[in-house]
Structures are given as C-alpha cells and as structure tokens.
Design a protein. Structure first.
Length: 337
C-alpha cells in the first residue's frame, strides 16, 4: 500500500453552528495579493535535483552558478553537482493591508527532479506580485513537511511550506478601506447570503444590507466616514446559523479523507482494479479477498476504513468514491485533490 489513510468525520449535516460573518466573507477591498518567486532549496541529503553539470548545465546548475557570481565565486558548469540543491517555485497570498515588516506563510514546490525536499532550507528568494515586476517581499527559512512516518514509499515530499517564511519589504498599493461597500462570500451560496443580509438588517436596521447575487452582499452605511470601520467590525463579529455541507474531500496523494456531514452510501456495486465493493448485499459476511460487502446505509467513514484494510491505495479509493457519487449512491459533493 502507498501512503497512509486518515479519516476525519465532521459533525452531522443537520447540525447547525453559529459562525461569525468574518469567517464566511471578505470585504470587497480585501482581495488577497498573490506573490511568486523562483529560488533554491539547499542542505538536502543527496535528494536534490539530479541534473548534472556538463557544458550546457541545467536549470538548477545555472541558478547556482548565477547565485555564486553575486558573491564573487566562479565555478565551471561541468564542475557543478546539485544533489544537495533543488530548484523550487515559491508562492504566497498576502493581505493588501499588510505593511512592510509583516510576515506571511509561503509554499514551496520543486520544479526539477528532486526526490525529496525534507531537511532543506530555502535560500533567500525575491517575491514578485507580477512577472517582470520589482520584488516586494523575500522568503527564506527551513522547510516544514508533513511527517507521514518512516518507510512510506508513497510519501510525496516535493512540496512544503514555511509558516512565517515570507517578509514584506516594500509598501504595496493599498485599497481605500473607506470605500468598501460590499461583502463577498468565500463560497457563494444564495441561502447563506440571505442569512447574512437578514442578520445585518436585524442588527443595523432595514436597508443596511441587500443580496446582489449568491456571492455578494451590498452594504449601505448611514454612519459618518470615521465610524465606518467600527460598523464593518461590528458586522464581521455578527453570527449566523450555517449548515455543514455534505462534502467528501479525498487527498489522492497521502490518503487523507475528510467526510463532512452524516454521509452514508446507498446500494451500489463498484469494481475497480482488484477490488469489488458491494453495498446493499444481504450477506455481509465472509466476502472473498478483494470483494467487500456492506449493508445499505453504511457510513462513508466505515467504507473508507474497509478499503484501507483491503490495502487499496489512496488513488484507487478516490476512484471508487467518484464512481459511487456518479451513480447516485452518495448524495454529496466529492473533491479529489
């Protein structure tokens, strides 16, 4: 089996929770700014890019040569070995209101043929908001990877993150907070938009909020401009009832499965690879190897655990649940990532 399986069962779909408006929306001037950069991860234990030197060099080799030239060090291309170095792309999202000196999380992904980034340190990397533009931030620091345990042959280790590895160095163009007049839903939904608008009107008076569409709520401010920030903060701290979505999230790389709501599987039979799963069979005992039998209405988490016990790899589990959703045996949205 490749990878490990982690099951997370969330609360039943019928359970309502009171959630703050700030967790469901963003104000229309607070759209995050995406930053990107190209850099090098150093300090690897022979698991870096395997592209050798040679007369032409390679992406990683040339990057290292150019980097060393800045320090007055010149090394021939053919003498360069990069097994302890990996070329990576660095990405991040930051608030448009972040000031110079503020730190943020960055994500690092290998662009070469490195086997693993574990144990590496990102060399200081310029971060741009537009390709070809001037750097506005820098990123560096030791990489953090999920620990899936030793000996996991299916572990994916060519991407990582650095929680506070980014540092904003230049003042970015900031939106005019005082001109904010809308709330944008993080996940557009007409029911949730209506609930939020109703809560705002109940608290601030009729006409304070109106639903434009499933993803936008228009706000009308009667306060003075200097009191607008207090009103927005008051709105963001309001709480509305929300329902957990019937949603199943499957990570086909490391086997993580998150089941949202009280999800069950109806009658169906799916055969994939060397496994056949039958849901709704009367006889649920002593199934042949590779043939799983379960009663109709079995919880999704139990089905996933049975597939795991049958040594099904994460990618095969994802395919089986996709098939169950396609034939209507699971009434939930399935997200495979």
């Amino acid at each position: 089996m490749t990878g490990s399986l982690l099951l997370v069962a969330l609360a039943p779909a019928s359970a309502q929770e009171m959630v703050r408006v700030r967790d469901l929306t963003i104000e229309d001037k607070a759209i995050p700014v995406r930053l990107l950069g190209y850099g090098l991860v150093v300090g690897l234990d022979g698991s870096g890019d395997r592209s050798g030197g040679g007369k032409q060099g390679g992406m990683t080799v040339n990057s290292v040569v150019n980097l060393l030239k800045r320090f007055g060090v010149t090394i021939p291309l053919e003498a360069m070995k990069t097994r302890n170095i990996a070329a990576v792309l660095v990405t991040a999202e930051v608030s448009p209101y972040l000031r110079p000196g503020g730190k943020f999380e960055i994500h690092v992904s290998s662009v070469g043929d490195a086997r693993s980034l574990r144990g590496g340190v990102l060399w200081m990397t310029p971060m741009l908001s537009d390709v070809g533009g001037e750097p506005v931030a820098s990123a560096q620091g030791p990489l953090l990877l999920a620990d899936l345990g030793s000996g996991k042959s299916g572990a994916i280790e060519n991407s990582a993150r650095i929680p506070t590895g980014g540092l904003l160095e230049v003042e970015m163009p900031r939106p005019q907070f005082a001109s904010s007049s809308k709330l944008l839903l993080r996940e557009p939904d007409i029911t949730m938009a209506t609930r939020i608008a109703t809560a705002i009107n109940k608290e601030l008076g009729d006409g304070a909020a109106s639903v434009e569409d499933p993803g936008s709520i228009s706000l009308e401010f009667k306060d003075k401009k200097e009191e607008k920030a207090m009103t927005i903060a008051r709105i963001q701290d309001m709480r509305v009832a929300t329902q957990r979505l019937a949603r199943l999230i499957i990570d086909s790389r490391d086997g993580t499965i998150i089941a949202g709501g009280d999800l069950t599987v109806g009658e169906a039979t799916v055969s994939h690879g060397g496994i056949t799963i039958s849901v709704g069979a009367v006889d649920t005992t002593a199934a042949p190897p590779g043939n799983l039998r379960m009663a109709s209405g079995t919880a999704v988490t139990r089905v996933a655990a049975a597939l795991h016990a049958a040594q099904a790899p994460p990618s095969e589990i994802a395919a089986i649940f996709e098939s169950l959703r396609a034939i209507g045996a699971i009434a939930a949205e399935i997200i495979v990532r």
